[in-house]
Design a binder for this molecule. Structure first.
Ligand SMILES: Nc1ncnc2c1ncn2[C@@H]1O[C@H](COP(=O)(O)OP(=O)(O)OP(=O)(O)O)[C@@H](O)[C@H]1O
Length: 409
């Protein structure tokens, strides 16, 4: 087994589909005849056709994991099906070496009327294992899937999570040379997903993995090459995974605020970032370790007792990553209708790592602490830094390094 062996090679792979079933059937019949007469125009699009996958080329070695990312309908699953041999490409060529384990569509690859155990044997045989080899693996697979109580029940009665458990257990425990995984892992519960990642980590040195996901933390954790697909094409292809993820997020970035809660006593009039280094499509850019300075103006509509401003920072996955310490310790006062309330908020040494973040804000009254206004996605900003980092924080650190000679007694 060679470490750097190329196990998957795609060369100019394209696949077109037709938007309309009737036309598609008609083209199918025409293609059948033109195939016979030998003048198939596979590189051209006819009316109502589109490229689901267009000119994709890559090489994947043993030990490498390729992440395919992109919006819904970008062509990721179609490419996986081409790699797995389920769909024939219109142009281009795929070369795969070794056994391929695939987890593509939920329940695909299972015979629904056969039991889980029978499906293990079926799938193992398709992967090229002998009955004896499957006999040796079957208990491991059942244990891994944690569905022993249901293993002799027809797969058609399995829940979605149970199908994924069995599918992944077969695909991974058989230790394939190439492992192809579509978004289906998202159906498993968190315990199982963590177990899957452990398994992928274990088999990765011996396997080439192609992984489709909408979860960028998972992609960044697993993948060393990334292809960002848009309308079938690779618009970004590189081993700089974090750059690809940034580009993916920037396609969704927008400053669209949503008022999640209000009792109409206070209105936000203005929010802006002060001293931004630059703007990219209206999104303020801040240098890592610089200051985040905000200006906010509210209009008081009716009486409020000592409002407290709360600002949350969310990351690209909409997880709250930080809270700016609220302005609680101040003199209490009642604000009257028609008054304007302004804040300048400063946070120094911003140590969020490179990427996009959004702010959500809330106002509550000091006395009750109950929120009276909550606005999500009120502002997006980008932290810029020269190097690529994925984790949400790049913490400032000092190092003292010493090299000592070993003492010889
Ligand atoms: N058999 C088919 N016939 C016609 N169109 C198809 C067929 N399969 C897929 N498509 C179309 O091809 C395009 C790419 O679909 P695909 O499932 O590959 O996207 P995807 O990137 O995997 O999307 P998602 O993230 O939603 O899973 C879509 O427009 C889809 O409607």
């Amino acid at each position: 087994m060679l470490k750097d062996e190329i196990l998957v090679k795609a060369e100019g792979v394209s696949k077109k589909f037709c938007k309309d079933l009737k036309t598609s059937l008609w083209y199918g019949i025409k293609d059948l005849f033109s195939n016979v007469s030998g003048n198939k125009e596979e590189r051209l699009l006819r009316e109502k056709e589109f490229w689901a996958v267009k000119d994709i080329s890559f090489e994947l070695r043993r030990g490498e994991c390729l992440g395919l990312i992109g919006h819904n309908g970008a062509g990721k699953s179609t490419l996986l099906k081409i790699l797995n041999g389920l769909i024939k490409p219109d142009t281009g060529k795929v070369t795969i070496k070794g056994k391929v384990g695939a987890l593509i569509e939920l329940g695909a690859g299972f015979n629904p009327i056969l039991t889980g155990r029978e499906n293990i044997y079926n799938n193992g045989a398709i992967l090229g294992f002998t009955r004896k080899e499957i006999d040796e693996k079957v208990e491991e697979i059942i244990d891994f899937a944690e569905i022993r109580a249901f293993i002799d029940m027809p797969v058609q009665h399995y829940s979605s999570g149970m199908k994924v458990r069995l599918g992944f257990a077969i695909a991974a425990q058989m230790e394939p040379d190439v492992l192809i995984i579509d978004e289906v892992l998202a159906v498993g519960d968190i315990g199982f997903v963590l177990k899957c990642f452990k398994t992928i980590d274990r088999i990765l040195p011996k396997t080439a993995v192609v992984y489709v996901s909408h979860s960028m933390p998972q992609v960044s954790r697993l993948c060393d090459i990334i292809i960002l697909m848009e309308q079938g094409r690779a618009i970004f292809q590189s081993n700089e995974v974090a750059n690809g993820i940034d580009l993916y997020y920037s396609r969704f970035a927008e400053n669209e605020l949503q008022i999640a809660k209000t009792d109409d006593r206070i209105e936000l009039e203005k929010i802006e970032i002060l001293e931004a280094k630059n703007y990219n499509h209206n999104i303020a850019q801040l240098e890592w370790d610089s200051s985040l300075r905000l200006f906010l103006r509210f209009k008081i509509v009716s009486e409020i007792f000592s409002p407290i401003l709360i600002i949350y920072i969310y990351d690209k996955e909409q997880r709250p990553v930080a809270l700016l310490k609220p302005n609680c310790n101040k003199d209490s006062k009642t604000l009257q209708s028609g008054e304007i309330l302004e804040f300048q908020v400063s946070h120094h040494n911003l140590q969020l790592s490179k990427g996009l973040y959004t702010l959500s804000l809330g106002i509550s009254e000091e006395e009750t602490k109950a929120p009276i206004l909550r606005i999500n996605g009120v502002l997006t900003f980008q932290v810029i830094y020269k190097n690529q980092f994925w984790p949400p924080f790049l913490l400032k650190t000092e190092y003292e390094e010493k090299v000592l000679q070993e003492k010889i007694n």
